[in-house]
Design a protein around this ligand. Structure first.
Ligand code: ACO
Length: 341
């Protein structure tokens, strides 16, 4: 758990402004209270102020008056946000009426507009909303960070296997965003999720260094392009990000276990010591992390979205107050980094 303490201390050292657009939701408001009490971030709550204050009283939350509350139905900046949103989405045919409706009725769009106009540094939602609902306004309004065209989501897995990863900590991506990434998008994911001090990135497949070959589709006569996609992603990553330790294609055991790596991938600079696992598609990532979490007993933190110009993060609808609290800390650290980029 030391890693979480470090993240909290870093967030506290340079406070960022974090929007919680699902503020009337119980776990969110309780996490906001704790974040305010600990000086984790300056919190902007979107919701009905009367409801928020009533709930805070009912649940014994003593710090909510330190937050800024934005009432979407009575917002002096509504017209400014609507005009700016309509302008941003003009090419996609958005009218001012549609924009006005979004910034008054959809708190997630409003939060992204607050960030876009420099009124906040990051946003977290998902206790009530789906991943798609969290992502769409961020992708449409805040857009990708420079040099990135594919956003991805990483899971921080705190496992009991201290001999693997960084003292048991493994980053896995993409587990949240792009259902069927291209080789170039996989390479971008490798670059985006590599935010560890010294990342060793394994591009995973069901083959290690040619141990299996792609099947040929009998109708088209072409490769099914599954293993080859991962190999291409490795080549692209080597070319575009020569500073990174990336290798593949590797099976998960060859990536993580030194004894297996010696047999299956001798000479690899990553095999046996990977601390970042890039999976070939969203099904593998999403199913894989949930198995590690539920069967392996790992603590799973995330998904931490990577590659958006300002951090917007997603929560599971089954999240706890703790999950939201730590996500505030992580988002604040990402916001610090985004300002330096
Ligand atoms: N990276 C960057 N930009 C993107 C990406 C991406 N991966 N995907 C879409 N966009 C952009 C589009 O180009 C578009 O930009 P534009 O409107 O300015 O041209 C904008 O985002 C919105 O695109 P839409 O077409 O409106 O949205 P879409 O329907 O493609 O949805 C989304 C995008 C929300 C990311 C979708 O792919 C999705 O739902 N992904 C799966 C999410 C999910 O369910 N994850 C699993 C659960 S998470 C968990 O369990 C931890």
């Amino acid at each position: 758990m030391d890693l979480l303490k470090q993240i909290v201390a870093r967030a506290q050292s340079d406070k960022q402004r974090i929007v919680l657009p699902e503020a009337e939701e119980e776990r969110t408001l309780k996490a906001a209270d704790r974040a305010l009490q600990d000086g984790l971030a300056d919190i902007i709550l979107i919701g009905n102020p009367e409801n928020i204050r009533k709930e805070a009283e009912e649940w014994g939350l003593k710090n909510i008056d330190k937050a800024t509350i934005v009432d979407p139905k009575n917002n002096p900046r509504c017209e400014e946000y609507a005009e700016k949103l309509a302008e941003l989405r003009k090419k996609k045919g958005m009218t001012i009426e549609q924009a006005r409706k979004l910034v008054t009725e959809d708190n997630l769009y409003l939060g992204c507009m607050i960030i876009k106009t420099e009124g906040a540094d990051g946003q977290i939602s998902g206790a009530l909303s789906t991943t798609g609902e969290t992502l769409r306004p961020a992708l449409q309004i805040i857009k990708c960070a420079p040099g990135i065209s594919c956003v991805s989501g990483a899971m921080l897995l705190l496992t009991h296997e201290k001999a693997m990863g960084n003292d048991g900590v493994i980053v896995m991506g993409d587990v949240a965003v792009t259902p069927n990434p291209t080789a170039d998008q996989l390479a971008q994911t490798a670059h985006s999720v590599a935010g560890m001090t010294e990342p060793y990135i394994a591009m995973l497949s069901y083959s290690t260094k040619g141990s299996a070959k792609d099947a040929i589709n009998k109708e088209t006569g072409k490769s099914v392009y599954v293993i080859d996609k991962v190999k291409d992603a490795v080549s692209i990553a080597h070319e575009k990000y020569p500073e990174l330790h990336v290798d593949g294609e590797l099976q998960a055991d060859a990536a993580l276990v030194p004894a297996v790596a010696t047999k299956k991938a001798p000479g690899s600079s990553v095999a046996g010591k990977a601390n970042v696992l890039v999976v070939p598609n969203l099904e593998v990532g999403n199913i894989g992390y949930k198995l590690v979490q539920r069967l392996g007993g790992a603590v799973a933190i995330g998904p931490i979205l990577q590659g958006i110009a300002r951090p917007v993060n997603d929560l599971s609808r089954g999240c706890s107050v703790d999950d939201i609290y730590y996500m505030v800390a992580i988002t604040a650290c990402q916001a610090q980094d985004a300002k330096k980029a």
